[in-house]
Ligand binder design. Structure first.
Ligand code: ADP
Ligand code: ADP
Length: 238
Protein backbone atom coordinates (compact mmCIF):
# COMPACT_ATOMS: atom_id res chain seq x y z
CA UNK A 1 0.00 0.00 0.00
CA UNK A 2 1.19 3.51 -0.72
CA UNK A 3 2.41 5.48 2.29
CA UNK A 4 2.67 8.63 0.18
CA UNK A 5 0.73 9.69 -2.89
CA UNK A 6 1.63 12.85 -4.75
CA UNK A 7 -1.05 13.80 -7.28
CA UNK A 8 -0.89 16.57 -9.90
CA UNK A 9 1.29 18.78 -7.73
CA UNK A 10 2.21 22.15 -9.18
CA UNK A 11 4.16 24.98 -7.63
CA UNK A 12 4.68 28.43 -9.00
CA UNK A 13 7.07 30.87 -7.31
CA UNK A 14 6.73 34.47 -8.48
CA UNK A 15 8.12 34.06 -11.99
CA UNK A 16 9.23 30.45 -11.85
CA UNK A 17 7.18 27.37 -12.48
CA UNK A 18 9.06 25.01 -10.14
CA UNK A 19 6.74 21.97 -10.44
CA UNK A 20 4.21 21.05 -13.12
CA UNK A 21 1.72 18.28 -12.58
CA UNK A 22 3.96 15.92 -10.60
CA UNK A 23 2.60 12.44 -9.84
CA UNK A 24 4.15 9.52 -8.00
CA UNK A 25 3.59 7.31 -5.02
CA UNK A 26 5.88 5.69 -2.47
CA UNK A 27 5.31 2.40 -0.68
CA UNK A 28 5.95 1.84 3.00
CA UNK A 29 9.63 1.01 3.63
CA UNK A 30 10.71 1.94 0.11
CA UNK A 31 13.98 3.78 -0.55
CA UNK A 32 13.25 6.22 -3.35
CA UNK A 33 15.70 8.70 -4.85
CA UNK A 34 14.69 11.82 -6.71
CA UNK A 35 17.36 12.78 -9.20
CA UNK A 36 17.75 15.71 -11.53
CA UNK A 37 19.97 18.71 -12.22
CA UNK A 38 20.17 21.79 -10.02
CA UNK A 39 16.98 23.83 -10.36
CA UNK A 40 14.90 20.81 -11.46
CA UNK A 41 12.48 21.25 -8.55
CA UNK A 42 13.68 18.43 -6.25
CA UNK A 43 13.91 20.54 -3.13
CA UNK A 44 10.56 22.21 -3.78
CA UNK A 45 8.98 18.80 -4.25
CA UNK A 46 10.27 17.42 -0.92
CA UNK A 47 9.21 20.60 0.87
CA UNK A 48 5.67 20.41 -0.50
CA UNK A 49 5.28 17.03 1.22
CA UNK A 50 5.64 18.44 4.76
CA UNK A 51 4.36 21.86 3.69
CA UNK A 52 7.55 23.80 4.29
CA UNK A 53 6.52 24.99 0.81
CA UNK A 54 2.84 25.32 -0.08
CA UNK A 55 1.86 23.72 -3.40
CA UNK A 56 -0.51 25.75 -5.58
CA UNK A 57 -2.41 22.81 -6.93
CA UNK A 58 -2.79 19.07 -6.47
CA UNK A 59 -3.19 16.60 -3.68
CA UNK A 60 -0.79 14.87 -1.29
CA UNK A 61 -1.92 11.92 0.78
CA UNK A 62 0.44 10.72 3.50
CA UNK A 63 -0.46 7.81 5.77
CA UNK A 64 -4.13 8.31 5.02
CA UNK A 65 -4.31 12.07 5.58
CA UNK A 66 -4.84 14.77 2.99
CA UNK A 67 -1.77 16.86 3.72
CA UNK A 68 -2.79 20.03 1.91
CA UNK A 69 -6.06 20.29 3.88
CA UNK A 70 -4.65 19.86 7.39
CA UNK A 71 -5.15 22.56 10.00
CA UNK A 72 -2.19 23.79 12.08
CA UNK A 73 -2.63 21.24 14.84
CA UNK A 74 -2.90 18.28 12.49
CA UNK A 75 -0.01 19.59 10.40
CA UNK A 76 2.13 19.50 13.53
CA UNK A 77 1.12 15.87 14.05
CA UNK A 78 1.95 15.08 10.43
CA UNK A 79 5.38 16.73 10.72
CA UNK A 80 6.11 14.62 13.79
CA UNK A 81 5.81 11.56 11.53
CA UNK A 82 8.12 12.97 8.86
CA UNK A 83 11.81 13.53 9.64
CA UNK A 84 13.87 15.87 7.50
CA UNK A 85 17.58 15.97 6.70
CA UNK A 86 19.23 18.93 4.99
CA UNK A 87 22.29 19.48 2.82
CA UNK A 88 23.70 21.99 5.30
CA UNK A 89 22.62 19.92 8.34
CA UNK A 90 20.76 22.81 10.03
CA UNK A 91 22.13 21.95 13.48
CA UNK A 92 22.34 24.33 16.42
CA UNK A 93 26.11 24.53 16.38
CA UNK A 94 26.68 25.83 19.91
CA UNK A 95 24.76 22.88 21.37
CA UNK A 96 26.09 19.37 21.85
CA UNK A 97 25.44 16.33 19.71
CA UNK A 98 22.96 14.81 22.16
CA UNK A 99 21.18 18.16 22.61
CA UNK A 100 20.79 18.50 18.86
CA UNK A 101 19.47 14.96 18.72
CA UNK A 102 16.88 15.61 21.42
CA UNK A 103 15.91 18.76 19.57
CA UNK A 104 14.19 16.48 17.05
CA UNK A 105 11.55 15.88 19.70
CA UNK A 106 10.61 19.53 19.77
CA UNK A 107 10.57 20.50 16.15
CA UNK A 108 12.85 22.85 14.29
CA UNK A 109 11.45 26.14 15.48
CA UNK A 110 12.40 25.88 19.13
CA UNK A 111 15.77 26.96 20.47
CA UNK A 112 16.34 26.25 24.11
CA UNK A 113 19.20 26.51 26.52
CA UNK A 114 19.73 23.66 28.91
CA UNK A 115 17.74 21.36 26.74
CA UNK A 116 18.93 18.22 28.55
CA UNK A 117 17.01 19.05 31.72
CA UNK A 118 13.72 18.88 29.88
CA UNK A 119 13.98 15.25 28.91
CA UNK A 120 13.23 12.07 30.76
CA UNK A 121 15.98 9.53 31.38
CA UNK A 122 14.22 7.29 28.88
CA UNK A 123 14.36 9.91 26.15
CA UNK A 124 18.04 10.56 26.86
CA UNK A 125 18.74 6.83 26.70
CA UNK A 126 16.97 6.66 23.35
CA UNK A 127 19.18 9.49 22.07
CA UNK A 128 22.35 7.75 23.29
CA UNK A 129 21.23 4.49 21.67
CA UNK A 130 20.56 6.16 18.32
CA UNK A 131 23.90 7.98 18.45
CA UNK A 132 25.68 4.72 19.20
CA UNK A 133 24.09 3.06 16.16
CA UNK A 134 25.32 5.97 14.06
CA UNK A 135 28.87 5.59 15.39
CA UNK A 136 28.79 8.82 17.42
CA UNK A 137 29.29 7.44 20.95
CA UNK A 138 32.57 9.35 21.35
CA UNK A 139 30.99 12.60 20.18
CA UNK A 140 27.85 12.68 22.35
CA UNK A 141 28.91 15.68 24.46
CA UNK A 142 30.93 17.53 21.83
CA UNK A 143 29.59 20.78 20.45
CA UNK A 144 28.36 20.35 16.90
CA UNK A 145 30.76 22.98 15.59
CA UNK A 146 33.65 20.65 16.50
CA UNK A 147 32.40 17.90 14.17
CA UNK A 148 33.35 16.99 10.61
CA UNK A 149 30.72 17.30 7.88
CA UNK A 150 30.01 13.58 7.88
CA UNK A 151 29.57 13.59 11.65
CA UNK A 152 27.24 16.61 11.42
CA UNK A 153 25.07 14.78 8.94
CA UNK A 154 24.94 11.72 11.21
CA UNK A 155 23.61 14.04 13.92
CA UNK A 156 21.04 15.17 11.34
CA UNK A 157 19.99 11.54 10.91
CA UNK A 158 19.85 11.04 14.71
CA UNK A 159 17.64 14.12 15.10
CA UNK A 160 15.25 12.73 12.49
CA UNK A 161 15.22 9.21 13.99
CA UNK A 162 14.36 10.33 17.51
CA UNK A 163 10.99 11.45 16.17
CA UNK A 164 10.20 7.78 15.41
CA UNK A 165 9.21 8.93 11.93
CA UNK A 166 7.34 6.91 9.33
CA UNK A 167 9.28 8.64 6.59
CA UNK A 168 12.46 10.68 6.26
CA UNK A 169 12.85 13.34 3.60
CA UNK A 170 16.50 13.94 2.73
CA UNK A 171 17.31 17.05 0.72
CA UNK A 172 20.73 16.53 -0.90
CA UNK A 173 22.13 14.80 2.22
CA UNK A 174 25.57 14.18 0.70
CA UNK A 175 26.03 17.19 -1.56
CA UNK A 176 28.45 18.85 0.89
CA UNK A 177 30.40 15.69 1.75
CA UNK A 178 33.48 13.93 0.38
CA UNK A 179 33.03 10.46 -1.18
CA UNK A 180 33.95 8.46 1.91
CA UNK A 181 31.62 10.40 4.24
CA UNK A 182 28.95 10.22 1.55
CA UNK A 183 29.17 6.44 1.57
CA UNK A 184 28.83 6.33 5.36
CA UNK A 185 25.73 8.54 5.23
CA UNK A 186 24.11 6.60 2.37
CA UNK A 187 24.83 3.28 4.15
CA UNK A 188 23.15 4.61 7.30
CA UNK A 189 20.12 5.81 5.31
CA UNK A 190 19.86 2.41 3.64
CA UNK A 191 19.84 0.78 7.11
CA UNK A 192 17.17 3.20 8.25
CA UNK A 193 15.00 1.98 5.40
CA UNK A 194 15.86 -1.73 5.35
CA UNK A 195 16.33 -2.49 9.05
CA UNK A 196 14.04 0.04 10.69
CA UNK A 197 11.42 -0.02 7.93
CA UNK A 198 11.38 3.76 7.66
CA UNK A 199 10.51 5.03 4.19
CA UNK A 200 13.23 7.26 2.71
CA UNK A 201 12.75 9.84 -0.01
CA UNK A 202 16.14 11.24 -0.95
CA UNK A 203 17.09 14.06 -3.31
CA UNK A 204 20.37 13.38 -5.06
CA UNK A 205 22.14 14.78 -8.05
CA UNK A 206 24.55 11.85 -8.41
CA UNK A 207 22.91 9.22 -10.64
CA UNK A 208 25.47 6.54 -9.71
CA UNK A 209 24.65 6.89 -6.00
CA UNK A 210 20.91 6.72 -6.72
CA UNK A 211 21.41 3.55 -8.78
CA UNK A 212 23.48 1.91 -6.07
CA UNK A 213 21.15 2.60 -3.14
CA UNK A 214 17.56 2.98 -4.35
CA UNK A 215 14.64 0.62 -4.74
CA UNK A 216 13.20 3.13 -7.17
CA UNK A 217 14.32 6.30 -8.86
CA UNK A 218 12.24 9.30 -9.90
CA UNK A 219 13.88 11.60 -12.43
CA UNK A 220 12.82 15.24 -12.40
CA UNK A 221 13.68 17.90 -14.95
CA UNK A 222 12.24 21.40 -15.31
CA UNK A 223 9.60 20.61 -12.70
CA UNK A 224 8.32 17.46 -14.41
CA UNK A 225 8.72 13.76 -13.72
CA UNK A 226 10.74 12.41 -16.66
CA UNK A 227 11.50 8.93 -15.28
CA UNK A 228 9.98 6.64 -12.66
CA UNK A 229 11.37 3.14 -12.40
CA UNK A 230 13.93 0.76 -10.94
CA UNK A 231 17.71 1.32 -11.02
CA UNK A 232 17.91 -1.47 -13.65
CA UNK A 233 15.38 0.31 -15.86
CA UNK A 234 17.36 3.54 -15.53
CA UNK A 235 20.54 1.71 -16.51
CA UNK A 236 18.80 0.38 -19.62
CA UNK A 237 17.71 3.88 -20.61
CA UNK A 238 21.20 5.31 -20.36
P1 ADP B 1 16.49 21.69 -7.01
O1 ADP B 1 16.27 21.26 -5.62
O2 ADP B 1 16.26 20.59 -8.00
O3 ADP B 1 17.80 22.37 -7.25
P2 ADP B 1 14.57 23.79 -6.43
O4 ADP B 1 13.30 23.16 -6.00
O5 ADP B 1 15.46 24.33 -5.39
O6 ADP B 1 15.36 22.77 -7.37
O7 ADP B 1 14.23 24.96 -7.44
C1 ADP B 1 13.35 24.82 -8.54
C2 ADP B 1 13.17 26.18 -9.23
O8 ADP B 1 12.45 27.05 -8.35
C3 ADP B 1 14.48 26.88 -9.53
O9 ADP B 1 14.31 27.61 -10.72
C4 ADP B 1 14.66 27.82 -8.35
O10 ADP B 1 15.42 28.94 -8.71
C5 ADP B 1 13.22 28.20 -8.04
N1 ADP B 1 13.02 28.50 -6.61
C6 ADP B 1 13.27 27.68 -5.57
N2 ADP B 1 12.93 28.25 -4.41
C7 ADP B 1 12.43 29.48 -4.72
C8 ADP B 1 11.89 30.57 -3.96
N3 ADP B 1 11.77 30.50 -2.63
N4 ADP B 1 11.47 31.66 -4.62
C9 ADP B 1 11.56 31.74 -5.96
N5 ADP B 1 12.06 30.74 -6.74
C10 ADP B 1 12.49 29.63 -6.14
P1 ADP C 1 25.43 27.03 4.74
O1 ADP C 1 26.46 26.69 3.72
O2 ADP C 1 24.04 27.13 4.20
O3 ADP C 1 25.82 28.19 5.60
P2 ADP C 1 26.06 25.29 6.99
O4 ADP C 1 25.68 23.89 7.29
O5 ADP C 1 27.50 25.62 6.90
O6 ADP C 1 25.31 25.72 5.66
O7 ADP C 1 25.40 26.24 8.08
C1 ADP C 1 24.03 26.26 8.39
C2 ADP C 1 23.82 27.44 9.34
O8 ADP C 1 24.60 27.28 10.54
C3 ADP C 1 24.28 28.76 8.74
O9 ADP C 1 23.42 29.77 9.20
C4 ADP C 1 25.68 28.96 9.29
O10 ADP C 1 26.02 30.31 9.41
C5 ADP C 1 25.59 28.29 10.65
N1 ADP C 1 26.87 27.64 11.00
C6 ADP C 1 27.59 26.81 10.23
N2 ADP C 1 28.69 26.37 10.86
C7 ADP C 1 28.67 26.95 12.09
C8 ADP C 1 29.51 26.90 13.23
N3 ADP C 1 30.64 26.20 13.25
N4 ADP C 1 29.16 27.60 14.31
C9 ADP C 1 28.05 28.34 14.31
N5 ADP C 1 27.18 28.41 13.28
C10 ADP C 1 27.49 27.75 12.17
Amino acid sequence: MALLEVKNISKQYKNTKALSDVNFSVKEGEFVSIIGPSGAGKSTLLRCINRMVEANYGEIIFDGSHVLNLNKKDLRKLRAKIGMIFQHYNLVYRLSVVENTLHGRLGYKSTIEGIMGRYTEEEKKQAFDILEKLGLSEEVFKRCDELSGGQKQRVGIARALIQNPKMILCDEPIASLDPSSSKVIMDHLKNVSKEMGITCLVNLHQVDVAIKYSDRIIGVNSGKVVFDGSPEELNNEK
